[in-house]
Design a protein around this ligand. Structure first.
Ligand code: ASP
Length: 335
């Protein structure tokens, strides 16, 4: 791709939400204990080369670390993305975001954004003040991908460390390394190097305009769903607490191939007895938990290749309307 003349440059809406990409630490060797302090306007200013790619309009939705994002903010991000994309003159949206929960926001948007236009989430593993900060090039690459015509219709994308990854598959796989985002099994969609964007794959699961989910402005929160991590010697107290707190669904981060330990089986029986949905995902980071005959007998749903945190995103949207097990399993098979 070549540079655009000013008349040809597409308009990109840049939405800032915070995260390490917007953070500053005391000295350049300090890679933790930093503070989110840069707004989205200063992120653009820090990368003058961005001006060759696009004309920017921007909005600061929040400026926090991503583990602080709750329902109200998540819904607001979704509404703002849809609002920007509905503007005819806007070609794409890029969202700067903390990496900790980036995959959750990305997958949520993948299910509720109603546009074919590119939406790209980007973050950084090192604060902007660090030696070899990764934020500026990640941001440049995110915009490169966002203005690439081939990104149209590919659903929500994550761009980190030169890779373009489908929101459905991206997951954070390292606590500190700049190569933090991994794509178990499915592989990345493409790569980006400066202005050069190359795609190799396209996502097949339903997303954006082919998704049946939408969030309207009247919606203030999503149905509560807990994730319970299983382990040797687990008890039933976490299931009791979750149900006692009013969970509408439980996602099990099960051992192995979605195995139900004695505690998990008791938890599932309790949950289903109270009309609470129960989904088996795995704490193993690769592979799928496929539906089994026993799921049908118990009333349990299999998460397929969604990890527990993404299974939770889908289940919360699914539970916006009453559904039986068959309908829930259909969603996990298709999205
Ligand atoms: N703590 C940060 C956050 O998720 C990590 C990051 O941005 O990479 O906001």
């Amino acid at each position: 791709m070549s540079n655009y003349s000013s008349e040809q440059r597409p308009v990109v809406a840049l939405i800032g939400t915070g995260g390490t990409i917007a953070s500053v630490a005391g000295v350049e060797t300090q890679l933790s204990d930093y503070t989110v302090s840069n707004d989205v306007g200063s992120l653009i200013q820090a990368v003058p080369a961005l001006q060759s790619l696009a004309v920017f309009e921007f909005e600061q939705v929040c400026n926090i670390e991503s583990h602080g994002i709750g329902d109200a903010l998540l819904l607001r991000i979704a509404h703002r993305v849809n609002a920007w994309l509905a503007l005819e003159h806007v070609s794409a949206v890029v969202i700067t975001h903390g990496t900790d929960t980036l995959e959750e926001t990305a997958y949520f948007l993948n299910l509720v954004v109603k546009s074919e236009k590119p939406v790209v989430l980007v973050g950084a593993m090192r604060p902007s003040s660090a030696l070899s900060a990764d934020g500026p090039l990640n941001l440049f690459h995110a915009v490169s991908a966002a203005v690439c015509r081939e990104s149209v219709g590919k659903g929500v994308l994550v761009v980190m460390n030169d890779r373009i990854i489908a929101a459905r598959h991206a997951t954070k796989g390292h606590t500190t390394n700049v190569d933090a985002f991994v794509v178990p099994e499915q592989g990345c969609l493409g790569v980006v190097s400066g202005l050069d964007v190359q795609y190799f794959n396209a996502p097949l699961r339903r997303h954006t305009t082919r998704s049946e989910f939408c969030v309207d402005h009247a919606l203030q929160s999503l149905p509560p769903v807990d994730i319970i991590y299983d382990y040797q010697g687990a008890g039933t107290h976490l299931y009791e607490a979750s149900l006692g707190a009013g969970a509408r669904g439980i996602v099990l981060a099960a051992t192995g191939n979605g195995s139900l330990s004695p505690a998990a089986l008791a938890g599932a029986t309790m949950a289903l007895g109270q009309g609470v949905a129960f989904v088996r995902a795995s704490r193993v980071w690769q592979g799928s938990v496929r539906p089994s005959q026993r799921d049908g007998q118990l009333g349990v749903v299999a998460a397929q290749s969604l990890n527990p945190q993404k299974a939770r995103v889908l289940l919360r949207l699914a539970l916006l309307e009453p559904r039986d097990r068959v309908s829930l399993q259909r969603l996990f098979d298709e999205y």
